[in-house]
Design a protein around this ligand. Sequence first.
Ligand SMILES: *[C@@H]1O[C@H](CO)[C@@H](O)[C@H](O)[C@H]1NC(C)=O
Ligand SMILES: *[C@@H]1O[C@H](CO)[C@@H](O)[C@H](O)[C@H]1NC(C)=O
Ligand SMILES: *[C@@H]1O[C@H](CO)[C@@H](O)[C@H](O)[C@H]1NC(C)=O
Ligand SMILES: *[C@@H]1O[C@H](CO)[C@@H](O)[C@H](O)[C@H]1NC(C)=O
Ligand SMILES: *[C@@H]1O[C@H](CO)[C@@H](O)[C@H](O)[C@H]1NC(C)=O
Ligand SMILES: *[C@@H]1O[C@H](CO)[C@@H](O)[C@H](O)[C@H]1NC(C)=O
Ligand SMILES: *[C@@H]1O[C@H](CO)[C@@H](O)[C@H](O)[C@H]1NC(C)=O
Ligand SMILES: *[C@@H]1O[C@H](CO)[C@@H](O)[C@H](O)[C@H]1NC(C)=O
Ligand SMILES: *[C@@H]1O[C@H](CO)[C@@H](O)[C@H](O)[C@H]1NC(C)=O
Ligand SMILES: *[C@@H]1O[C@H](CO)[C@@H](O)[C@H](O)[C@H]1NC(C)=O
Ligand SMILES: *[C@@H]1O[C@H](CO)[C@@H](O)[C@H](O)[C@H]1NC(C)=O
Ligand SMILES: *[C@@H]1O[C@H](CO)[C@@H](O)[C@H](O)[C@H]1NC(C)=O
Length: 488
Amino acid sequence: MASSLFFLLLLSLFTPILANNVSFDSASFSFSNLTLLGDSYLRNGSIGLTKETSVPSSSAGSVICNLPIQFFDPVTNTSASFSTKFSFSVTNQNSQSYGDGFTFFISPNNSSLGSTGGFLGVFNSINSTDNGSVIAIEFDTLLNEEFNDSTGNHVGLDIGDPLSIKTVDLGSFGVDLKSGNSTTAWIDYSNKDSRLDIWLAYTNVKPDKPIFTINIDLSKIFVEFMYVGFSASTEGSTELHMIRDWTFQTFGFPSLHLSSNATQNLTNVSVGTIPNITINSSNVSSRKRLSLALGILGPLALCLAFVLFMWVTIKKIIQLTKKKEGFASEVLKGPRKFTYKELSAATRGFHMTRIIGKGAFGTVFKAVMPGTGVTHAVKRAKQEHQCKSDEDRLIEAADSRLHGEFDKEAMVRLLLVGLSCANPNCAERPNMRKVFQILSGEAEPIPVPKKKPLLVFCSSASLSMREIVSDGEDTPPGLKTLTQIKID
Ligand SMILES: *[C@@H]1O[C@H](CO)[C@@H](O)[C@H](O)[C@H]1NC(C)=O
Ligand SMILES: *[C@@H]1O[C@H](CO)[C@@H](O)[C@H](O)[C@H]1NC(C)=O
Ligand SMILES: *[C@@H]1O[C@H](CO)[C@@H](O)[C@H](O)[C@H]1NC(C)=O
Ligand SMILES: *[C@@H]1O[C@H](CO)[C@@H](O)[C@H](O)[C@H]1NC(C)=O
Ligand SMILES: *[C@@H]1O[C@H](CO)[C@@H](O)[C@H](O)[C@H]1NC(C)=O
Ligand SMILES: *[C@@H]1O[C@H](CO)[C@@H](O)[C@H](O)[C@H]1NC(C)=O
Ligand SMILES: *[C@@H]1O[C@H](CO)[C@@H](O)[C@H](O)[C@H]1NC(C)=O
Ligand SMILES: *[C@@H]1O[C@H](CO)[C@@H](O)[C@H](O)[C@H]1NC(C)=O
Ligand SMILES: *[C@@H]1O[C@H](CO)[C@@H](O)[C@H](O)[C@H]1NC(C)=O
Ligand SMILES: *[C@@H]1O[C@H](CO)[C@@H](O)[C@H](O)[C@H]1NC(C)=O
Ligand SMILES: *[C@@H]1O[C@H](CO)[C@@H](O)[C@H](O)[C@H]1NC(C)=O
Ligand SMILES: *[C@@H]1O[C@H](CO)[C@@H](O)[C@H](O)[C@H]1NC(C)=O
């Protein structure tokens, strides 16, 4: 198993790459994903940020996603780009009483709540003590002259304190933050271009032109791990700030690099079961050299890994099936079934150029699925049998006058019952009780013996892979069986 160890090593070398880009969607959130501070609450799939009350009062609240998100990678000295989208609505119970607004923020702290009023629930003082590291995009509904606000309907960028670096009045864009309309915001930051853009729309369609653009290098402000969330505040007003349908992602970290801290937990990336082999690298510079080497050897190693992966997977499947274990649970999560036609097309009719290996039990072909372009290894066994494609052939025996208008599974059952009742060996024929059970789906169809002349097939229930593939001569392609191996 030295080769599979090598493969596992390769895999574990590559997995830290996946650790940097993060992506999540609030649709998959549970309560444990969010920290609610101050007056915030969750209701009907939305996040409420400020107190709901008919009496004007002051309120501040924030909601923070608990996942520490990597914004800076000290090993490669790179910073993240990010992209977020959410919908919000700002409503007033008392139309005379508005203010102050809400923010989307990125903070090094997962537990600090800001003050009410113009501090928007995220800041606490004007001259901040946190080295300016809270980054907030404000959606401000009140004109605070002391904080350089332009109007009571603006978007702005704040770093470290509520004195905006830049604001944009929304009047000229036909957007009113206080309209009560559900409004969608997109915020994109490109680290490469050092640019932050914001789009706003009453619909779910991102407009061509951003309403706010600023050239700024946020990498100076990012620390390694930060938290993202929303905050809002009121002061003597009854404004409600609701957020929903939030997605967030970081991207832009280099693909090839090693981080000893592969601790980021991802929601959208699944790489199967990864053994926790740890790579010890004594210092950063050796890691850097290694990642440089990987940069050069990467494509080569990937090819190697792919070939090895298929080899190991095939070996594993043969092993597992020898032991008569269901490999579905071991190797795959829910295998997909392909028809003979699909596989034939994907392997160009089992063309010689697609052969990637030959074994005692059959020939392995590379299959590129039309449409998706996903690559699979397909093993073509040496003997006839097995299920899906034969089922397809079996179904051809159905009366053509039915024009295919029948339940396929029921038809297969019926035909299998018919065939087993026609077994020359009467001891193998099912009794009426069994026939009834098979037809009603209570029992599996009886496997039809292989030796039955002309039409040979099997039921998945009883033959082991070994029996299926061990013997035999070539037979016409239509009767061949196919074993699929899915590689994700
Ligand atoms: C809950 O949310 C749904 C969908 O956004 C909305 O149609 C419904 O009116 C809301 N219900 C309440 C009580 O706010
Ligand atoms: C949400 O919580 C679940 C369970 O605690 C966790 O598996 C998942 O990674 C969390 N997602 C985010 C984005 O924090
Ligand atoms: C990290 O990158 C920045 C530019 O993005 C550069 O100014 C700085 O010198 C780099 N630091 C190191 C240690 O390479
Ligand atoms: C905040 O982060 C610290 C680690 O920096 C962690 O120990 C703590 O549990 C987190 N608090 C919340 C509320 O997530
Ligand atoms: C976050 O802020 C709270 C309150 O301001 C403070 O007690 C805590 O130490 C801070 N945590 C970190 C990790 O900075
Ligand atoms: C903030 O700091 C500036 C100098 O950096 C100072 O002039 C100003 O008075 C300070 N403001 C407050 C409210 O402390
Ligand atoms: C701010 O950063 C400087 C170095 O850049 C550091 O010396 C100082 O301790 C930091 N202050 C706080 C409050 O983190
Ligand atoms: C609310 O949105 C609709 C379109 O969805 C728009 O016609 C209307 O003018 C908006 N209301 C305000 C006050 O902007
Ligand atoms: C992270 O995102 C960048 C694109 O910005 C991509 O090139 C890189 O491959 C991604 N890394 C992973 C592990 O997906
Ligand atoms: C890895 O994380 C640990 C704490 O989890 C930290 O002490 C260490 O400095 C980190 N190493 C690197 C290279 O980031
Ligand atoms: C990742 O999840 C594991 C448990 O599955 C947990 O122990 C660890 O703290 C999590 N790491 C981060 C960075 O959330
Ligand atoms: C590796 O994972 C196993 C469980 O999957 C755990 O028992 C073991 O402690 C882990 N080893 C390390 C070094 O994390």
